[in-house]
Design a protein around this ligand. Structure first.
Ligand code: FES
Length: 151
């Protein structure tokens, strides 16, 4: 048996349970090329166990605010033709320290902005940070700006 033998691979239900995400999230990740599945003769998805690391990477990257596009760009840098090793994953996450510091700074700023709101409840258009938070990304275009968040 090889690592590509469907008999050694995980069904979508087993994979979702082990990865801690929903089956629909897995299908979405696959549609974006973030993870890969092979198909059985009956057209059912089967996942190599190594794909679990890709999902773990996606979840960790999302938790620090990376977009799915950024995650895809990172995952596309993994080697073809072999299962990524620890060094490969370390290389991908090496830039995260700066990203986490930026995120912490953003949250500190947000906390300072929201201090006035605690116990207030006015949602004033002119002065409320909570009210204006909802439209803070309007200059980036219409519609949702933060992307799909799964898992
Ligand atoms: S709720 Fe009153 S300033 Fe935000």
């Amino acid at each position: 048996m090889t690592s590509h033998d469907p008999a050694t691979m995980l069904t979508i239900g087993d994979f979702a349970a082990r990865a801690g995400v929903t089956a629909s999230a897995l299908r979405y990740y696959e549609s974006l090329g973030l993870i890969h599945a092979v198909r059985t003769g009956g057209n059912q998805r089967r996942y190599r166990r190594a794909e679990l690391r890709r999902v773990a990477f996606i979840r960790a990257a999302r938790s620090i605010g990376l977009s799915l596009e950024e995650i895809k760009a990172s995952l596309d840098r993994l080697p073809d033709g072999r299962i990524p090793d620890r060094a490969d994953w370390q290389r991908l996450s090496s830039s995260w320290s700066r990203r986490i510091e930026d995120r912490i700074a953003q949250l500190r700023n947000l906390q300072e902005e929201l201090d006035e709101c605690i116990g207030c409840g006015c949602l004033s258009i002119s002065k409320c940070a909570i009210y204006n938070l909802a439209d803070a990304r309007a200059d980036e275009g219409a519609g949702p700006r933060l992307g799909f968040k799964a898992g």
